[in-house]
Design a protein around this ligand. Structure first.
Ligand SMILES: Nc1ncnc2c1ncn2[C@@H]1O[C@H](COP(=O)(O)OP(=O)(O)OP(=O)(O)O)[C@@H](O)[C@H]1O
Length: 253
């Protein structure tokens, strides 16, 4: 059997007496989109932060692309091919669209040293950044200062910045949060477009978007996995229908 890109086993994290992540196990296969859903406070963000090395699990194991990263730093995980796009804007608003992507691209190429001297002059870095901007639909805006972009375009740029790290796995924290219907539709199309070139693990509250995007879904409640599997299976799961889709099981009997 092919090894999954991400393997999470029995991950546990408590805050005082509260189990925010309670024995969570899941797998993300190469080339797939996997979604984590669940009500507010279910432990989705806590899980993502442990996967990216920003929070240390109390116990359990995280294996990424064959390497045990349970105790690895965030920067080590980035070097191994993980990137995270944040729900809260983390862009340099007074730099151009291209400069924001170049910053990330430069990190991938060996750190910050000499960025201002070399990165803007490096043809490779500019070409790679422009390819990413084209993928994400922002090439036309590359010279604009970020604060001139709409909220939806800024969210697209956050994804582009994460992609500039050339990840194997992109962790997305509520990619549709705060987007209007048109912007959300655009973001869903962009993420679908990326499928195949990068694997994704996303947290998202918009259930219909999740079902249209995800191959696999893990449902959390009070830190525990209540269901996990292919999207079609999860859509039909009685607990999920009841809790998230507003259907009682017998309504459709
Ligand atoms: N640093 C912390 N200290 C104490 N408790 C925390 C901390 N971070 C999260 N929690 C608690 O852990 C639980 C899970 O929180 P988490 O933010 O992971 O949930 P979530 O599913 O991402 O929620 P939401 O959908 O509202 O973002 C919540 O009860 C939260 O209050």
């Amino acid at each position: 059997m092919t090894e999954p890109l991400l393997l999470v086993e029995c991950l546990h994290k408590s805050f005082g007496g509260l189990s925010a992540t309670d024995s969570v196990s899941l797998q993300v296969s190469h080339g797939s989109i996997h979604a984590i859903i669940g009500p507010n406070g279910a432990g989705k963000t806590t899980l993502l932060s442990q996967l990216f090395g920003q929070l240390r699990p109390d116990s359990g194991r995280i294996v990424f692309n064959g390497t045990d990263v349970t105790h690895a730093s965030t920067s080590a995980r980035v070097r191994l091919g993980m990137a995270r796009s944040f729900q809260i804007t983390s862009l340099c608003l007074n730099l151009s669209v291209l400069e924001n992507v170049l910053l990330a691209s430069q990190l991938r190429r060996g750190g910050w040293t000499g960025f201002w001297r070399r990165a803007t002059a490096s043809r490779d870095a500019v070409e790679q950044s422009e390819t990413v901007l084209a993928q994400i639909g922002l090439l036309e805006r590359r010279r604009d200062v970020v604060e001139q972009l709409s909220h939806g375009e800024q969210r697209q740029l956050e994804v582009a910045v994460a992609l500039a790290l050339d990840p194997l796995l992109l962790l997305l924290d509520e990619p549709l949060a705060g987007l209007g219907p048109d912007e959300a539709t655009k973001m869903i199309a962009l993420l679908k477009n990326l499928k195949g070139s990068v694997s994704m693990l996303l947290i998202e509250h918009d259930i219909e978007a999740v079902f249209s995007l995800a191959d696999g879904i893990t449902v959390l409640d009070f830190g525990r996995v209540i269901a996990s599997g292919p999207a079609d299976e999860i859509r039909g799961h009685p607990d999920v229908r009841k809790a998230y889709l507003g259907h009682e099981e017998d309504e459709h009997a």
